[in-house]
Design a binder for this molecule. Sequence first.
Ligand code: F6P
Length: 326
Amino acid sequence: MGKIKKIGVLTSGGDAPGMNAAIRAVTRTAIYNGLEVIGIRHGYLGMVNANFKPLYSYTVSDTIQRGGTFLKTARCEAFRTPEGRKTAYENLRAAEIDGVVVIGGDGSFKGASIFNEEYNIPFVGVPGTIDNDIFGTDYTIGYDTALNTVVEAVDKIRDTASAMNRMFFVEVMGAEAGHIALYSGIASGAEAILMPEIRGEARDIVKIIETGNTRKKSSNIIIVAEGDEEGGALAIAEKYKPQLEGYDVRVVILGHLQRGGSPSALDRVNASRLGNAAVEALLDGQQSVMVGLQNNEIVLIPFRKAVKQHKGLNQHIVDIIDILNV
Ligand code: F6P
């Protein structure tokens, strides 16, 4: 592979607040280094369809504060096939793109990893997903904003729950992982948090609620991770209702509102750092790696590690759930 002169950038998978800030950082770092930048629209689909548009410094003005992704995103079936990846390669070659920054989650990095085994156009990943479920990085773009959105919503639910002495099961996103549930549960003072990673007695919500009741709680909030083994909030509320007689139970599914909104300051800053680092990595000759943050420092993690290994919950935070609820 010769010297990099032109790079592509795309967002893939579920959008996350801060993706625009990352695209902006990629674009401006590339321009600063004398590179041309091509925006690839609708994720990998834009590679397969050659849906490209040049990006300039002014194209990314007035985007850092916007949620969603102005390049659009998609989950692309065609890129999962060898034929789709071949077409993508040919389109990249025809556009003289010598490196690609992929902003997305682990599904997007799986595709990037396979592509880099087959073709020699280097791909570098930037972790962008509200789920914060990517191994090798403490943080993913959009997680902080999503958490703040959840906490704001649960605070509001708490007001009405307390006013009417009710119990709420609140379902949050997170795919197969409980990071959003854990952090938002702690931050909103939830009485119980149900997550796929936690099994056994720690999940005995009837016991937890009864214990809390002895100090006359006027409301109960149970955060449920959407990927929980017992099902979503509706199923879990139905299951426990017979044991929770005397409680007035309601269910709220927060859904996609967790994905929208203006990114928090932390998401903007981290997206800017990670976008910058991704271009630096391409210029350094890296490929098939994700840039991440560990202890607030930039690190490079091979895609094959990032996509294979499971990122566990922060054990200290898990340990204090019960302590904070005595
Ligand atoms: O990965 C981000 C995420 O929002 C998950 O939390 C959720 O499970 C999924 O995407 C929802 O996907 P879709 O928008 O395709 O319904």
